[in-house]
Design a protein around this ligand. Structure first.
Ligand code: AKG
Ligand code: FE2
Length: 302
């Protein structure tokens, strides 16, 4: 049901793989890729870094708590994000890092380019995660070049929009579903991602479910080294609805789970209005609005 694509064939512009990419992007909005340059061994090491972080005592994480620092970098405690206004805040924890601009760049004051915040208790965490961030962006850009081809744009159509990407790398930690959880409680409630493309690594534990057109849910899982890819709201807008931003969720099981999405968002000033429409929709404004709707500490009283 969810197509599995070979990254090597995608890079080689294999016709059948491009056809399946087109079908996945314009249909279910999800697929997986294997055979990228990021090996399973590398992925296990990155997953282990995030696991170490999440298992730190609260006292080692509290200084990085976004609801205290106001930054959108660092630690999000359980209950700090509410992606669906009809559900309770998510019970997952997360850790965010992303693209920072040098202090002399006027855009460095924007929250989407804020400086990263790293845990002092884990000496190798920063370098390992920064390295993975570079690797993951490389894979995401390769897939976008395939998408450009699939929507009959030049292969490098998206490239210039990702020179200073608001790309956010997140580690999600889902504990086993708590005993107190009700029907309104989720690891992450139903949502669409905000950006262009999400490259998701997981520890292999099941939990992710993708909404089918016409209703129902499809479970999706991938072992370390295989990536789940989906598209976000900006891509759906940009392609005038051709590429689909599909709702998805994690209810949570009796097992803990770690997932690592790279939200591959373009540069702040990118115009994501439909190609050829003559309109302007600023990517950074869309992203900032979605953050202010879903981060509990930024939400306005309703
Ligand atoms: O953990 C997952 O499988 C999905 C996470 C997700 O949808 C998100 O962080 O936006
Ligand atoms: Fe998501």
């Amino acid at each position: 049901m969810i197509p599995r694509l070979d990254a090597r064939l995608l890079m080689a512009r294999d016709a059948n793989t491009l056809d399946r990419l087109h079908e996945a992007a314009t249909g279910i909005g999800f697929f997986t890729v294997f055979n990228t340059d990021i090996t399973p061994k590398r992925m296990h090491a990155v997953l282990a870094q995030y696991r170490r972080f999440f298992l730190l005592p609260e006292a080692d994480k509290i200084d990085l708590d976004m609801s205290r620092t106001g930054a959108n970098r660092g630690w999000g405690a359980s209950g700090s994000e509410q992606v669906d206004p009809a559900a309770n805040p998510d019970f997952k924890q997360f850790f965010d890092s992303g693209f920072s601009l040098p202090a002399d760049d006027p855009r460095s004051k924007l929250a989407v380019y804020a400086p990263n915040q790293w845990p002092q208790a884990l000496p190798d965490f920063q370098s390992d995660i920064e390295h993975y961030y570079d690797q993951a962006r490389g894979v995401a850009m390769d897939v976008l070049r395939g998408i450009a081809r699939a929507i009959e744009a030049p292969d490098d159509y998206f490239d210039q929009s990702f020179e200073t990407p608001m790309a956010l790398l997140r580690g999600n930690y889902y504990p086993a579903r708590p005993a107190w959880a009700t029907a309104r409680d989720f690891g992450i409630a139903t949502h669409t991602d905000y950006g262009c493309l999400t490259l998701l690594a997981t520890d292999g534990a099941p939990g992710l479910e993708v909404r089918k057109r016409g209703g129902g849910w499809i479970p999706v899982s991938a072992p370390p080294g295989e990536f789940v890819i989906n598209f976000g709201e900006m891509m759906e807008i940009w392609t005038d609805g051709l590429v689909k931003a599909t709702p998805h969720r994690v209810i949570g099981t009796d097992r803990e789970r770690i997932s690592i999405p790279l939200f591959f968002n373009p540069s702040y000033d990118t115009n994501i209005a439909p190609r050829g429409s003559g309109n302007t929709i600023v990517a950074g404004e869309h992203l900032s609005r979605r953050f202010s709707e879903t981060y509990v500490h930024l939400q306005k009283p309703r």
